[in-house]
Design a protein around this ligand. Sequence first.
Ligand SMILES: Nc1ncnc2c1ncn2[C@@H]1O[C@H](COP(=O)(O)OP(=O)(O)OP(=O)(O)O)[C@@H](O)[C@H]1O
Ligand SMILES: [Mg+2]
Length: 296
Amino acid sequence: MADIERVASGIPGLDDLIEGGFWPKSTVVILGSSGTGKSTFAIQFLMEGIEQGEQALYVTLEEPPEQIMREADLMGFDMRKYYEKSLFFIHLKGRNFKKMIEEQLPQLVKARADYNIKTRVVIDPMTPVIWATAEKLEQRELIGKLFYTLKELGVVLCTVEEHAKPGETIGEDVLLPIYLSDGAIHLEYYPIGGAFNRTVKLLKMRGVHHGEGVYPYLFARGVGIVVRSSPSHIPEEQSRGHSKTFDEAIKTAEAMKAPARVVERIKKMQKHWDYDYSPEEALQILFSSYGLKRGG
Ligand SMILES: Nc1ncnc2c1ncn2[C@@H]1O[C@H](COP(=O)(O)OP(=O)(O)OP(=O)(O)O)[C@@H](O)[C@H]1O
Ligand SMILES: [Mg+2]
């Protein structure tokens, strides 16, 4: 199994916790209450694939594609550029997605699988599928079928909304997708202020020796979620603008011959950085997630 290539998550810092990435053709649940960053995670995951020449399939149940792309735009992701080229949407409207899941989806997947193109799939949010029926057995069948069908294409990442408060046990309604998936990642938000009041925990990851801690994460516009997987050494905070920190990071990245898309990311991050804390840590994590070692 060691020679099977992992699928990079696209979340700086996360792959260090899961031995390099997700298993191909696996299913992963992103669990979290509203606003924890599930959609951000999902979009980041898709964009990582797209930028590497893969294709992306976004299964949406509530928001139309236009709205998703508009919101992504605000977070610094230019999805439009790839729309209907390498990024495709399936908008499961109305109540009858049961039929869609059972009949249309398998046909669609079969048609695509023939092309043998690496594809990433996102179902965001998956909650309406769970609520499509109150019958536990039927729920299980529906989710199982959805996973089974889409997994043929590549990694399937789905988001599930959680209603419990931080620290409480996970609600029964979200246990089913966790149970049926290969991996589950829990995002939590503690509204207490400060830079790191958001944490990520790996609930399960089949066949992976994963990190077992609770890891802080932050948002960086243009990049998305950045996970602090290990304490990183941050050079003495100098009294200078963050802009200079970015300028130097860009110079360093260019000197290291970092891929153009990484430099682009940093530039985007700079453009949007309006936090009062230093971007140093986020940059550090970003660099190392692309295998770039910044000299101390
Ligand atoms: N770059 C950023 N800087 C600060 N906050 C951000 C950034 N990007 C996203 N957020 C915060 O994350 C929140 C929502 O992110 P996202 O839509 O990914 O969450 P979600 O878990 O999908 O929410 P929902 O359950 O409502 O779908 C936004 O309300 C915003 O406050
Ligand atoms: Mg969302």
